[in-house]
Design a binder for this molecule. Sequence first.
Ligand SMILES: Cc1ncc(C[n+]2csc(CCOP(=O)(O)OP(=O)(O)O)c2C)c(N)n1
Ligand SMILES: [Mg+2]
Length: 369
Amino acid sequence: MPEKPRDRAYPVQLVQPDGRRVLDPEYAALVADIGTAELRELYADLVIARRIDSEGTALQRQGELGLWAPLSGQEAAQIGSARALRRDDYVFCSYREAGVAWCRGVDPADLTRLWRGVAHHCWDPDAVGMTNPAIVVGAQGLHATGYAYAAHLDGAELATVAYFGDGATSQGDIAEALGFAASWAAPVVFFCQNNHWAISAPVRVQSAVPLARRAYGYGMPGIRVDGNDVLAVLAVTRQALARARSGGGPSFIEALTYRMGPHTTADDPTRYRVPAEADEWRGRDPIDRVRRLLARESGWDATFEREVGERADAVAHRLRRATVEMADPAPETLFDHVYATPHAELERQRAAFAAYLADEQGAATGVRA
Ligand SMILES: Cc1ncc(C[n+]2csc(CCOP(=O)(O)OP(=O)(O)O)c2C)c(N)n1
Ligand SMILES: [Mg+2]
């Protein structure tokens, strides 16, 4: 059995919202190498993640994307966990992890292809060790577990991370992944971003106990962390990854955070939540927190702030330009890459679709085939 995690009354936190450090020798030791220079880089990552997000949202509002799933508010959960990873680790994500993608080295020009509807994918997963956005809630937990277990059999010292939300914990796929991973000691970290909402369903209807506590029932440690504290998230993720890579099996991390924006650009959160909730979380903003910490520890100046802003703008510019210049694919290519090998039914559907398109064109031009 895994060690029963110490039942902490509060989530792990290393920096308070006002930028003061929290005395926690156990977890501070895990990020002892993060000095001012490294903290500045984490700050830049947080700002860039938010900038990617605001650009994605703007592009959707301007009609350039069909959909965008905003991450605003969740930057520290994504950056802190992703910066704990090694190159050969593998990320299995949901649809909201553009900040993780940034850390994995996904070209900003590749981030929107799927959301623009011009391809079935955004980037080459093996080039960056991260899967493409997955819409089927929770499915990636199984993929992360299978990959991790296979790597374990191969003797590879790597770990996988499954990113999913609070709502996904109610999915059978996540339950199956947790059970299998624990029983077979698969080196996977289950990283749950508890942003308190699953579209319009509040987290309280997903579980009667803190989500992390459920991990123990599956046979793995579960830990709650302040998901808006990038250093705390880095610390707990490093701990879980080290455990996974050294044969200690899976862990469950519940990062407490908040989705500041809508579920997706197709959602209107004013219909199901009160503004006071977001106001409260604004006071725990993950970027303000690191800015205050840097200011307290003489790591902040106007030049640095300007440079980070310029870096973020350059990323956003690349993302925007690539998006608006993406060519529309030929409609028949919709059928490509759906199956590994062609088959007769697929060909029949492709031919029927081609005939339909020809008919549509004929109707538009007045020339019927
Ligand atoms: C299997 C499945 N069921 C339902 C949906 C519709 N759906 C999309 S996102 C979502 C809520 C997920 O909430 P959560 O896991 O908390 O993640 P968050 O969106 O908050 O990041 C639902 C129900 C889906 N995409 N897949
Ligand atoms: Mg959620």
